[in-house]
Design a protein around this ligand. Structure first.
Ligand SMILES: *Cc1c(COP(=O)(O)O)cnc(C)c1O
Length: 403
């Protein structure tokens, strides 16, 4: 909205701490938190021009807020997108995208490893309004191509995926979508723009859960869509004004501050995760470790190319077991011995968080869907934080060594 008083051609690191709306007349150095739902208009004429969209200016909290604008400018700078639009959560970002781009009779092709609520949203909720969809194995490009129909409007991928860290080829999917006259959307929650910038690879829309790494300290819920200025202004903003999926100014301020340290957090947490993955892979009670930076990862080469040579901060591993029942008991045992790390169904925190996907995030999926997604009862996901690596290892060792 407001013009940036910054010179052009600044580096991304600089924009991560500087991109924001203008300072107020008080000269605050930390961006101001504007907790207000309405805005006083300078004149009746100005109000009319603002409501008609002929003049920039804030009118009402559902249409914009300066603190929210600062978060949007900063995130767009990091993602390398022309524009961004903030939403109240990651799921409201995805809801806004689907509401804005689809109508009854349209079709969506999506990865079967998308975030669980995203699968339900497309496959169940939007299906009630006449949107059809086909889910495909995340890494099988031929399956994506075969699923495309004349009425396909969106291809939707998430890379790396939760919790198995499957990686798909963003540039190849973007070409495929564009050849079919469709858009490619990528959920960039796990990699964040520090590791991966889907827009530069041809992706049209990046979706974010700001609740995760963008905040980075597990404090608030937030979300965002990053896309071209035309798409944000013409498609997303009108639907936003009528649907009210807005981000609160307070949460925007928290996430705005989180972006300032995103780069150093992602690099440090990726380094911790890599060290943990190497260590887990040698433990006799561990069947398999899923982590993109390990050469054993099926898309290792693609991941390193697409993700700035880093594996990200999330890994998962299977404990050894003879059958699903024993696997579940053993995974529960490891989780129940934790004294430092948190048993918590979130990720993107400075604190390491562990989950048992088969009984939590993926617990509501039908058994066949869970099997198709490859999520066994012995699987444990670790969203690795900033604790000392030896303390992380020791906390897991207590459970693993007593299996
Ligand atoms: C958490 C998450 C979401 C949903 O975000 P909320 O902020 O919880 O609504 C979407 N996609 C991925 C990959 C996530 O991890």
């Amino acid at each position: 909205m407001s013009q940036q008083p910054l010179p052009p051609n600044l580096h991304v690191d600089t924009l991560a701490v500087r991109a924001a709306v203008d300072r107020s007349q008080y000269g605050e150095n930390s961006e101001a938190l504007y907790l207000t739902s309405g805005y006083v208009q300078p004149s009746a004429e100005a109000a009319a021009a603002r409501f008609a969209g002929e003049e920039d200016g804030y009118t009402y909290g559902r249409s914009g807020n300066p603190t929210v604008s600062s978060f949007e400018m900063r995130l767009a700078a990091l993602e390398g997108s022309e524009a961004a639009l903030a939403t109240s959560s990651g799921m409201s970002a995805i809801t806004l995208m689907l509401l804005s781009l689809l109508k009854a009779g349209d079709h969506v092709v999506f990865s079967q490893s998308l975030f669980g609520s995203t699968i339900k949203l497309i496959g169940s909720e939007f299906a009630r309004f006449g949107v059809t969809s086909t889910s495909v194995p995340q890494t099988d490009l031929a399956a994506w191509q075969a699923a495309i129909q004349p009425n396909t409007k969106i291809l939707f991928a998430e890379t790396p995926t939760n919790p198995l860290t499957d990686v798909c080829d963003i540039a190849a999917l973007a070409d495929m979508a564009h050849n079919a006259g469709a858009w490619l959307a990528v959920d960039n929650c796990f990699a964040t723009p520090i590791l991966q910038r889907p827009i530069a690879l041809g992706c049209d829309i990046v979706t974010h859960s700001g609740t995760k790494y963008l905040d980075g300290q597990g404090r608030v819920m937030a979300g965002a869509l990053c896309a071209s200025e035309a798409m944000v202004k013409e498609k997303f903003l009108p639907v936003m004004k009528n649907s009210g999926l807005v981000l609160s100014p307070f949460n925007a301020w928290v996430v705005l501050k989180g972006l300032e340290t995103l780069d150093i957090r992602m690099k440090a947490q990726s380094a911790n995760a890599h060290a943990l993955a190497l260590w887990l892979q040698d433990h006799p009670q561990v069947q398999r470790v899923h982590y993109p930076a390990l050469p054993s990862h099926p898309q290792h080469a693609l991941a390193m190319k697409q993700m700035s040579n880093l594996g990200g901060a999330v890994l998962s591993f299977d404990v050894k077991a003879n059958d699903p029942e024993q696997a579940r008991a053993r995974a529960f045992h490891v989780l129940n011995q934790l004294q430092v790390l948190s048993l918590c169904t979130n990720l993107g925190d400075t604190k390491s968080l562990l989950t048992h996907p088969a009984s939590t995030s993926h617990g509501k999926l039908a058994e066949a869907q869970r099997q198709a997604a490859g999520i066994g009862q012995g699987l444990i996901r670790v969203a690795v934080g900033l604790e000392h690596i030896q303390d992380i290892q020791n906390d897991l060792l207590r459970g693993l060594d007593s299996l």
